[in-house]
Design a protein around this ligand. Structure first.
Ligand code: PNS
Length: 183
């Protein structure tokens, strides 16, 4: 039987706990999952593609069937080059659905043999988005509940902000040093 390869395309700027949750779920249903970071010349990202690739590689090193790559151009062309049969995307809430449906149907029009598979991240990540994480981190707010520790460190280094826990975070989280070295 042929190996089921899926790509998980996105911006991942930065990767969140929601993305990691989806990678964990995807890795369980596909033989190989390729996290594919789009090189988008139209956007000025917070983290370079190389930084995002390195961060996701570190965060997914425990998965034997997950690898990280970058791509340019159409997702369907990239998927075809990899012989992937599915595109994995996360749906957090109804608000995601319209955009995701449009993209899935357009991708199907472009490449009918490629299926889009939607998965829901754990409900406690349903409000987490990279955009909000960037906004909160830029203003020195706490993002420890939203992104893995490594990403939190990189965000603090990027914005040169001190650690700023909120009251609802756990005792363990508040025991962290006020400032860590740059990652
Ligand atoms: O994480 P994002 O920003 O929601 O990911 C969007 C992404 C990268 C999946 C989408 O913009 C994409 O597939 N871009 C590649 C160009 C392309 O194929 N466009 C047509 C999509 S129907």
């Amino acid at each position: 039987m042929s190996r089921k390869i899926a790509i998980y395309p996105g911006s991942f700027d930065p990767p969140t706990k929601g993305h990691l949750d989806l990678i964990a779920r995807g890795s369980r249903i596909f033989d190989e999952l390729v996290v594919a970071i789009l090189r988008n010349p139209e956007k000025t990202p917070l983290f370079t593609v190389e930084e995002r690739k390195e961060m996701i590689e570190l965060l997914t090193s425990g998965y034997k069937n997950v690898r990280v790559d970058t791509f340019e151009g159409l997702t369907v062309d990239y998927a075809t080059r990899l012989r992937a049969t599915a595109v994995l995307r996360g749906i957090r809430a109804i608000s995601d659905y319209e955009y995701e449906l449009q993209m899935a149907l357009m991708n199907r029009k472009l490449q009918p043999s490629l299926e889009t598979v939607f998965m829901m991240p754990a409900e406690h990540y349903s409000y987490v988005s990279s955009r909000l994480v960037r906004e909160i981190a830029a203003m020195g707010g706490p993002v420890g509940a939203l992104v893995p520790g490594l990403i939190e460190q990189r965000l603090r280094a990027k914005f040169k902000t001190p650690y700023s826990p909120n009251k609802s975070q756990s005792k363990r989280a508040t025991k962290k040093p006020k400032r860590t070295s740059k990652a």
